[in-house]
Write a protein that binds this ligand. Sequence first.
Ligand code: SAM
Ligand code: SF4
Length: 335
Amino acid sequence: MDITPNILIDQFQRKHTYLRISLTEKCNLRCSYCMPAQGIPLSPKAHIMTANEIFEIAKLFVTHGVTKIRLTGGEPFVRKDFEAIIRQLATLNIEIAITTNGILLERYLPLLLELNITNITISIDSLNAEKNQQITRRNYFDTVWKAIESLKLHTTIVKLNIVLIKGTNDSEINDFVALTQQNNYKVRFIEFMPFDGNEWNTEKLVTEEVILKKVSAYFGSNTLIREKDKANDTSRNYSIKGHKGSFAIISSVTNPFCDSCNRIRLTADGKLKNCLFSANETSLLQDFRNGIDILPQIKLAISLKKKARGGMDTYEKLSDSNLHSNNRSMIAIGG
Ligand code: SAM
Ligand code: SF4
């Protein structure tokens, strides 16, 4: 029996212990799968949570059962007050993780190591500098690669996120898996998800079946090991016999993990999203600023969480652009 009194539980008995906070809507890249070429309209600065507000709202979640916070964005390191934010959050005595494009990682790595924060995921969608530039619309491949190499020296495991898009970077699946031979990298292949303005369509998806076929054909099917997945894992985990690292497949579109979802999201402008795919948001910041207790709103938002993919519970609904384009771009949600 669960005796934790304050846990945030929804009608499907899912306990929400993992909060992802987007620190900013801004980014130093322009990834084509994450945001439209013309950019997104940014919220006025006054509508963005301050460092103190992030801390106080995060603390409220922690007192109600959250045990892990991931900082994301936009690009979390472009926040000028990143140091103040992370120092405050580090006092909460919970697991802290960061997802970053790596460009500014070297600047903040000493601070993160001082605070014992080593759960850092770096996004890198191609090992080819030109292709990387084509995907991210900026030329930072060398900087990101250097950040990965530095992180490797300081942490036991380095997680790499790759959004696979058919015809763009699916030819590099085996190159990424090959990186795991000598390095303790966890290469995470993420299925391309539909958001406002990212020109998603089903033809661009690279499924788990396709990935495994390519990997088996190259490394040999007898070398492929199915690893055990952790509770609440959104990925299916694999490795190649004899490799130091591993790889994982995150198929949020074709094979979602909604049944064991423990995640909630707070956008940079202080809105709670009970699901990445849901266009519904609960605005917490204004009430918080007015001294109103926001806990009832948080509990209500969680109780209204849909069973799967924000209500787009069939593949047909998800493929309907009228439904998924109501949602913000990933850059403004926090992936
Ligand atoms: N800027 C940081 C970064 O790129 O790692 C953090 C924010 S980014 C929105 C978080 C993650 O979401 C990244 O790994 C990115 O690749 C992923 N992402 C963005 N758009 C996506 C999409 N349409 N489908 C799947 N993953 C996406
Ligand atoms: Fe920026 Fe990350 Fe989105 Fe790329 S995926 S545009 S790095 S927020």
